[in-house]
Design a protein around this ligand. Structure first.
Ligand code: UGA
Length: 440
């Protein structure tokens, strides 16, 4: 696995758990030191015990020596980052460097090299050209996109919804991947073989389709607020149509994470290069940018109706990560909200079940990050729920009501029951549902 980042590390550990020997190649010396000492670098459900098993049985190795790793293995996956550039296009310099180095390291050996990093479909040929320009190289490039979601990544690898491989005819990669995934194939997992460009497009189009779906839900939520309707009622009934389906129809503070924001931009940039305007990717990007202001706007409206501003106000924030069950802050709507709040002069005390340390690294002492949900609401003039952690639901709400200075809840994930919250004396405002105002 070339690149022991989140994708490479998790997929590599699943391969090792299936009994294979896996070599992780990375340039980050600090990470290599930690890995060699047996430290699991990522927070992900079920990962740590799986890593421990393989580590202790000696199936894992860690190195910065790519040449040696290539010499000792039957094939490699490229899992290095493809960060977005200012114009939305992906920076492929890491991937290109790996292809160049592997092409040299493999000499004249037929060697499968599979791209897992998400790259634009029209750039695959550029990678093949690097191989072609390396004298004598028999590297066979393929594509095998990943469909892992954070929080369920181990399970997504172990029980994939589908396996997509992109290969050229006659190369070594097809056989290598078919053998690697044989147990899935024979177990009935849909297995698709296609060209590398088509395989990449499966991933890219899925990562535009899902943001479009979420954006639809978010737009219905905004309309529902104006109509005095409950968006959940509408979306549940809409999702009961099997052609639409109920998943990814939950309104919220906007989608985040490392994938959807990056891939919608990358797809849009690719479409432009191909002379096509991607109306859909652009609509998702625009809708999401607007949605990321929605919670903040609801707070501003609420306080301005009371002739108050946000400056100096004590705001409790539950959730820092971009979704539940991860400590990942990348493009997190919670971070967007906190930044908006700080710019407006608000004072933030935040709690997250997993991402506290990452939050402290990001904000230092600009916000307070506490170790319990209850500590965050002490003396708060508003509670804002941004991340959908399950444990936020089962709080002692009477106690929360008692310790807050002003009892208003802005629920970005519609986790709570509006009538119940109002009956407890809260003003309760959620996305896409009528406000429920508590008795004063
Ligand atoms: C996403 C895809 O779901 C994976 O299939 C894909 O492999 C991965 O990107 C990737 O490209 O590597 P992930 O970013 O981990 O996975 O998270 P999701 O569960 O898809 O959630 C993304 C964002 O959408 C989160 O901020 C989440 O809260 C938000 N979301 C999701 C909604 O606002 N509403 C929904 O109904 C669903």
């Amino acid at each position: 696995m070339i690149g022991a980042g989140w994708v490479g590390f998790i997929q590599g550990n699943v391969f090792a758990d299936e009994g294979r020997k896996v070599s992780f190649v990375d340039v980050d010396q600090d990470k290599l030191r930690l890995l060699k000492a047996g430290h699991c670098p990522f927070y992900e459900k079920d990962l740590e015990p799986m890593f421990r098993r393989s580590y202790e049985s000696g199936r894992l190795s860690f190195t910065d020596d790519l040449k040696q790793a290539v010499e000792q293995t039957d094939g490699a996956f490229i899992c290095v980052p493809t960060p977005p550039q200012a114009d939305g296009d992906s920076d492929l310099s890491y991937v290109e460097r790996v292809v160049r180095e592997v092409a040299v390291a493999a000499g004249t050996r037929e060697y499968p090299l599979i791209v897992k990093s998400t790259i634009p479909a029209d750039r695959f040929r550029d990678l093949e050209k690097i191989v072609k320009d390396t004298p004598g190289s028999q590297v066979d490039l393929g594509s095998n996109p990943e469909f892992l979601a954070e929080g369920t990544a181990v399970e997504d690898c172990q029980l994939p919804s589908r396996i997509v491989i992109g290969v050229r005819n006659g190369g070594a990669t097809r056989g290598f991947l078919e053998e690697l995934y044989e147990h899935h194939r024979s177990g009935g997992t849909p297995f698709f073989v296609m060209s590398p460009e088509e395989a990449i497009m499966v991933k890219y189009a899925a990562n535009v389709m899902l943001p479009v779906k979420i954006s639809m839900a978010n737009e219905v939520a905004l309309l529902s607020e104006q109509l005095g309707c409950n968006a959940r009622t509408i979306l549940n009934a809409m999702g009961a149509d099997p052609r639409i389906g109920p998943k990814f129809l939950h309104p919220g503070p906007g989608y985040g994470g490392d994938c959807f924001p990056k891939d919608t931009q990358g797809y849009d940039a690719m479409a432009k290069r191909l002379g096509i305007t991607s109306n859909l990717a652009q609509a998702a990007i625009r809708t999401n940018a607007r949605q990321r202001w929605h919670l903040f706007n609801r707070l501003t409206d609420y306080f301005s109706r009371r002739q108050e501003t946000l400056a100096g106000r004590e705001i409790a924030v539950w959730g820092l990560s971009f979704k539940k069950d991860t400590n990942d802050l990348r493009h997190s709507p919670a971070i967007a909200f906190i930044d908006q709040m700080l710019d407006a002069g608000g004072r933030v005390t935040a709690y997250d079940p997993a991402a506290g340390p990452e939050g402290r690294k990001r904000y230092a002492d600009r916000i307070a990050i506490v170790d319990s949900a209850m500590a965050a609401v002490m003396g708060a003039e508003a509670l804002v729920i941004v991340t959908d952690w399950k444990q936020f639901v089962g709080q002692d709400w009477e106690e929360v009501r008692k310790v807050m200075k002003h009892p208003v809840i802005f629920d970005g994930r519609s986790l709570l029951n509006p009538m119940r919250m109002a009956a407890l004396g809260f003003d309760y405002i959620s996305i896409g549902r009528p406000d429920a105002l508590g008795a004063k």
